[in-house]
Design a protein around this ligand. Structure first.
Ligand code: TXA
Ligand code: MG
Length: 355
């Protein structure tokens, strides 16, 4: 059954040399209810005309995505968003501040949004991205674009065009290559249908920024902890395994000296057992780990850089054949919350606490 989903001769167009051609071809495909992968400032998205149930169904098929996980709809303006959902004054104020940008608002949907987009929910997630190509295609086609991350369901989100190629070649006609994504983690998803804004997924628009604007914000309890088997997720995406490389990932938390000792001890045990371990660390910390294998996850304590390369590093772990990964727990403030939300899922919630 290998070839079942291989239906297209996938082309990649480099936007840095062929922007106009890329946007033109993408617009034609979107109008014909075909799929296009777009770069955005967060991650690459797998886009389709959000008004077409047929086009949207192709997204689920290409990704192997569970039908009950709703999609984010991308728009070019608050005005376009207001055709899809009800936007009150409080919500409008938030959108005016954070759009265009890495912020997805969950709003009460209007009937025009096909049920396939929202997986039958009465709310819809909407975002205005700041990526030129996607905005231009939305403007030219007048179609809002439904787009989840352009990875195979379950693997890390793509932050480079070749990640999309690796996961989806043959399953769509066109990939637009816009280089590395600026933030590297998906947008903040925030429910604005509740009395107080509720962050469902942390991202580059931080909890602190939302609080500063609105005065109060709540954070879903499942951002850093697993759902219990009888718990209903506030966002369907929470219940699925995510970002997981084949390797076993461990998050280690504690005071630096004992953390380093524990990491090195586990690493050396792995070597003795014939495993292939690697330690994620900051440049400034390399010396702590002697001659052990490390993967540099950014400059000194720069959490934005950790975020930007996180998914690429998770993909590289598999490509390089590592079987165990050790990741130092980071503070959960600002962008740190987004990074920890992703890595703790990649680790299957395996957290090792040291004194
Ligand atoms: O940055 C991003 O958000 C990227 C780019 C392409 O825009 N998109 C993205 O989409 O990450 P996806 O499908 O991988 O993640 C969408 C998340 C899922 O966890 C989904 O459950 C949640 O948003 N979501 C979408 N609509 C929702 C709704 N109406 N209520 C609650 N959660 C919703
Ligand atoms: Mg995704």
């Amino acid at each position: 059954m290998m070839g079942e989903n291989i239906m297209y001769n996938t082309k990649t167009i480099d936007l840095s040399i062929d922007f106009e051609n890329g946007v033109k071809q993408a617009s034609n495909y979107i109008k014909k209810d075909e799929l296009v992968a777009f770069p955005t400032e967060t991650v690459y998205g797998l886009g389709a005309n959000a008004f077409s149930g047929d086009a949207v169904a192709k997204i689920f098929k290409a990704k192997g995505r569970p039908q009950d996980n709703p999609l984010i709809v991308h728009v070019d303006s608050i005005e376009m968003a207001s055709k899809l959902a009800y936007i009150n004054d409080d919500a409008r104020k938030i959108l005016e501040e954070f759009w265009p940008g890495p912020f997805t608002a969950v709003l009460k949907k209007k009937d025009i949004v096909p049920a396939g987009v929202t997986a039958g929910l009465d709310s819809v997630g909407i975002r205005m991205p700041s990526s030129d190509a996607m905005l231009e295609v939305i403007k030219r086609t007048r179609c809002p674009i439904a787009a989840p991350s352009a990875n195979k369901s379950g693997s890390p989100s793509p932050t480079e065009a070749y990640h999309v190629e690796n996961d989806l070649v043959g399953r769509l006609p066109l990939i637009l290559d816009g280089g590395s994504c600026k933030y590297g983690v998906e947008s903040t998803v925030c429910d604005l249908t509740t009395h107080i804004p509720l962050v469902l997924r942390p991202g580059a628009i931080t909890v602190e920024q939302i609080k500063e604007l609105t005065g109060s914000v709540e954070v879903s309890p499942n951002i850093l902890t697993p759902l219990l088997s009888n718990e209903k997720p506030t966002s369907p995406g929470m219940k699925y395994k995510h970002y997981a490389p084949h390797a076993d990932v461990f998050v280690i938390k504690g005071e630096k000296k004992s953390l380093v000792a524990k990491t090195n001890e586990m690493y050396d045990e792995d070597i003795a057992n014939g495993d292939k371990p690697v330690i994620f660390c900051f440049k400034k910390d390399v010396a702590y780990f002697g001659s052990r294998n490390v993967m540099i996850q950014g400059g000194n304590d720069n959490i934005n850089e950790v975020a930007k390369y996180l998914f690429k590093n998770l993909r590289d772990i598999d490509n390089l054949g590592y079987t165990k990964v050790y990741f130092e727990s980071l503070p959960t403030t600002g962008m740190g919350l987004a990074v920890m939300n992703r890595i703790i899922r990649a680790a299957g919630f395996k957290l090792i606490l040291v004194k």
